[in-house]
Design a protein around this ligand. Sequence first.
Ligand SMILES: [Zn+2]
Length: 418
Amino acid sequence: MSLLVAGAGVVATPRGNVALAGPRQRQIDLLPGAVVRCEGAEIVFVGEAREHDRRFRRPDELLDAGGGTVIPGFVDPHTHLPFAGYREDEFDRRLAGDSYAQIAAGGGGIVATVAATRAASFDELLALTLQRLDRQLLAGTTTTEAKSGYGLELEAELKQLRVLREAAHRHPVEIAATAMPAHEVPPEWRHDPDGYVELIVARIHPAIAAQKLAEGVDVFCERGVFSPHQTRRVLADVHRYGWRVHLHADELSDLGGAKLADELAAASASHLLHVSPEGIAALAQGGVVAVLLPGVSFFLRERYAPARELVDAGVPIALATDCNPGSSPTESMPAIMALACLGARLSSEEALVAATVNSAAALGRAARIGTLEVGKQADLVVLDAPSPKHLVYHYGVNLVRHVVKAGRVVVRDAGLLR
Ligand SMILES: [Zn+2]
């Protein structure tokens, strides 16, 4: 089965198989009038239409880009997709002046989501997750990471990850599942956080690994959650499981999370609002991808991560939605890119690299997805826009017209194909 994407005003893509840092973080190739040909799941040609017609026969299927912009499908490298229990009531309380901590103290916050997620049936959780995957796909995301971490007990963590496995079978969006029982200390272990750490190490992680339900692991390293010492303990055995390591680091305070990410050879460190200059140097030296979540800064009206300092130090930046009910309830990568530019001062080119090849690198996938090059998987988006800058400039609306996943058209004329 061959597919030709033709009629584009421009094809815009980063290049390469690794995370791009420093000046390379803003290198986007612009190919006016180029076509993209896919054979099966793979890209076999990107270039001039005339050369294509000389070298290839007519494709089985033609997708008209309508003068728009063709870009790689977005990769969202940090989400908490499989949750139940939205928290829209807290939103008005926060606007009225209550802090996140005050709301949490009253039984709201993450504890409310944990209770709702534990109570949800497998089918309820699956339906919610598929709905969010639909929204991601309609906004141009073709691969997403997704974490457990609202179960915080063996069976509920397994349920969240089994939901992700089932969703991956049913939905075109590719899912990278991450085990995160160390997202928070659950209420029943508040008196003994170290006891919960030992439960994770002795029972929860081994069970997840035995059922092959995850390809990575994440820990929320923060004051009042898991200390650096506890984080090391949670991760002590994970090399046995072959899991990629991710950290929630330096979000609310500088606990040395970035340096810990380097020490633990983490693939990515997320948040980093309070990262120190030493932490930035450690990320650069370790080749750790900094996953920035500007949706959280916007939604909680907090400061933004020091994106310019990170880029200038040579740390590759990726962007993610952090899709979750408390601090960033959105599935839209273009919305996140606009916030990264307006709030954290990335350029539109840096934001596009951050949302594609660098986020693919954070998930160990940069050799396969994240750019439009021969040999890569054919994951692409056709935008109803004359240039990729419109992704951030023309904000607040969905410019995605068509989406191709692994060589198959899965969104046409802004509608899902079933
Ligand atoms: Zn998160």
